[in-house]
Design a protein around this ligand. Structure first.
Ligand SMILES: *[C@@H]1O[C@H](CO)[C@@H](O)[C@H](O)[C@H]1NC(C)=O
Ligand SMILES: *[C@@H]1O[C@H](CO)[C@@H](O)[C@H](O)[C@H]1NC(C)=O
Length: 418
């Protein structure tokens, strides 16, 4: 889009209006007072490979009855930011990780929620809506999985890496905090292979989830997707040797991870998780497959382009995969995605991010979808008006019921299914 050779210096300087326009333009670009969302941060957007908006939206099945809107909000104001929902071998639960760094479990009406595990000894025992500001003090447990045989609970924490706590709960023990000599900055989700190895996502090598930075907390978390950087990885922790290995590198905000029923492959989402700013523009919107075993072992392939921003993937009893998606992409977003220079300019405008997002026509609602083993869409449930949920993190199907977690809100949604 560059126009070359048209500007002669004399003519240019002789045009005062043009000169001023260029000055203002340059001023905005440099943003010396750091008013714009990316002010004061080294920000180098890269170009993304994203399926055309129309193509994805046209082929994506719709839930015209907006059935997810019939769901029920439960535990309102009792849990803040329950991203991952897990049930133990006795069927108790859900267990979930909260914004205050605790892992709590639901023990039925009589007992209610009780603290099951904490990630650091000085863990707080309260949940407030502002807790995310302090989450780096004592962790932010995101992905949770029970080991079926041992009953141990494995935890992917955004600050502490991979941890484990015994079936009785208590203080969690760190397992993987470093890989290749460097700290793991942003563990996000995990799954356990039948041989005991833990596959987990490390969302970024560059930023962690919340870094205190000038006026705005949580900024870095946000920059991953503005910039579209691709330093995310899938890691594997092998308990017998207590070693951590890089399985896949160069991913764009890898998020949820789920092994298939026969464990021949795993699915992961390339996404972003910018929930404190409910407008995440430049995620990668992909459901990917990594072959763990068999003739294609070690290779990845695309399963689906998604209409919005995916988070966790969870298997059901039939071996199908529930993917939680925040909807939807917009056309304006697409233009920015394909033009890093425009994006760079747009987000340097000295305008609040909220307004920039509104200009782009972002409105959030929830879509959850079920994929079969071949990557075909089996079911799509929408909450188009955002009645029940605006942001979803995970869908767990347990005995005729869907449990839906959200990293950004203070409730859990449920829906009878099928
Ligand atoms: C939903 O509505 C759209 C048009 O509004 C239509 O094209 C589509 O076929 C409908 N889908 C179903 C499953 O009825
Ligand atoms: C478990 O299986 C995976 C996939 O084949 C392999 O990479 C890993 O090394 C195995 N772990 C152990 C402890 O054998």
């Amino acid at each position: 889009m560059e126009q070359k050779g048209k500007h002669k210096e004399e003519t240019f300087l002789q045009h005062p209006v043009l000169f001023i326009v260029v000055l203002v333009f340059g001023f905005v670009l440099m943003d010396p007072f750091e008013i714009g969302p990316v002010g004061g941060i080294e920000f180098r957007p890269v170009k993304h490979d994203i399926a055309p908006y129309k193509e994805v939206m046209a082929s994506w099945p719709r839930d015209n009855k907006s059935r997810l809107g019939n769901g029920k909000l439960e535990f309102v104001d009792e849990v803040f930011g329950p991203e991952s929902l897990e049930f133990d071998g006795f069927g108790r639960g859900p267990y979930t990780g909260l914004a205050d760094g605790r892992i709590v479990r639901w023990m039925g009406e009589d007992i209610g929620w009780e603290t099951f595990a904490i990630l650091c000894a000085r863990g707080v025992d309260s949940t407030t809506s502002k807790q995310w500001k302090h989450e780096k003090w004592c962790g932010r447990p995101l992905g949770l999985r029970f080991h079926k045989d041992s009953g141990d609970l494995y935890i992917a924490d955004a600050y502490y890496g991979l941890l484990v706590v015994g079936p009785g709960g208590g203080l969690a023990t760190p397992l993987a905090t470093h890989v290749e000599g460097k700290q793991i900055l942003f563990a996000n989700d995990l799954d356990i292979h039948k041989n005991g190895s833990i596959f987990f996502t490390d969302t970024s090598r560059k930023y962690n989830r919340v870094v205190t930075y000038r006026r705005l907390l949580s900024r870095y978390h946000f920059f991953i997707l503005l910039e579209g950087e691709t330093t995310g990885r899938i890691l594997r922790y092998d308990p017998p040797t207590k070693t951590t290995h890089v399985v896949l590198d160069g991913l764009a905000f890898p998020n949820g991870i789920q092994l298939s029923k026969d464990q021949s492959f795993l699915l992961f989402t390339e996404t972003s998780n910018c929930r404190h700013f409910p407008f995440s523009f430049f995620r990668s919107f992909k459901l990917m497959k990594y072959w763990v075993e068999g003739p294609r072992a070690g290779t990845t392939e695309l399963v689906a382009h998604l209409p919005g921003f995916p988070d966790n993937v969870r298997i059901n009893d039939k071996g199908q995969f529930w993917v939680a998606i925040d909807c939807c992409r917009t056309q304006a977003q697409e233009i920015l995605v394909h033009n890093p220079w425009m994006r760079s300019l747009y987000f340097r405008l000295p305008i609040k991010m909220k307004i920039l997002a509104r200009i782009m026509g972002m409105k959030m609602y929830t879509v959850i979808s079920l994929f079969n083993e071949n990557g075909e869409i089996v079911e799509v449930l929408e909450d188009r008006k955002g009645v029940v949920m605006k942001l979803v993190s995970e869908v767990r199907e347990v005995e005729g019921k869907l449990w839906i977690g959200t990293v950004a809100h203070n409730h859990i949604a449920t829906l009878s299914y099928p």
